[in-house]
Design a protein around this ligand. Structure first.
Ligand code: ZN
Length: 135
């Protein structure tokens, strides 16, 4: 069974769709129906570019159940280019490279998989934007 609301949630996760407020132009993520900045209704879908910088971060030592393969890992507060601050796990990153101000980009990853029921939970993570080496 896949209803419209499920489809919407899935799209929201995979494409990182937020909303833009028609009153004050604030970019909102995750989507919420009321703009937290001006209090007006904000229901216009807006696809985030998926790029930002690390605003703050913390190293997580104790992995929650189901995340054992990923411990330890880094959870960062990422400032998106569009403005919103979101919390996400960092991936594909050397611990020595984790720093505030690091440019990062969104990637979609499988967060956990329930083998018995065949459920796959997708979510987004952020990885460093690598400088292209030319010449
Ligand atoms: Zn607003």
């Amino acid at each position: 069974m896949t209803g419209p609301s499920q489809w919407r949630r899935r799209q929201q996760r995979l494409a990182m769709v937020g909303e833009v407020c028609p009153h004050c132009s604030a970019r909102l993520f995750p989507p919420r129906d009321v703009c937290p900045y001006c209090g007006g209704p904000a229901r216009i879908s807006y696809a985030m570019g998926g790029r930002g910088t690390v605003y703050s971060y913390s190293r997580v030592m104790a992995a929650p159940e189901g995340f054992d393969n990923y411990a330890p890992y880094y959870v960062a507060l990422v400032a998106l280019d569009e403005g919103p601050l979101i919390t996400a796990q960092l991936t594909d990153i050397d611990p020595d490279d984790v720093r505030i101000g690091l440019p990062v980009e969104m990637v979609t990853r499988v967060m956990r998989q329930d083998g018995e029921r065949g459920l796959i939970d997708y979510s987004f993570k952020f990885r460093p934007i690598l400088e292209r080496v030319t010449g």
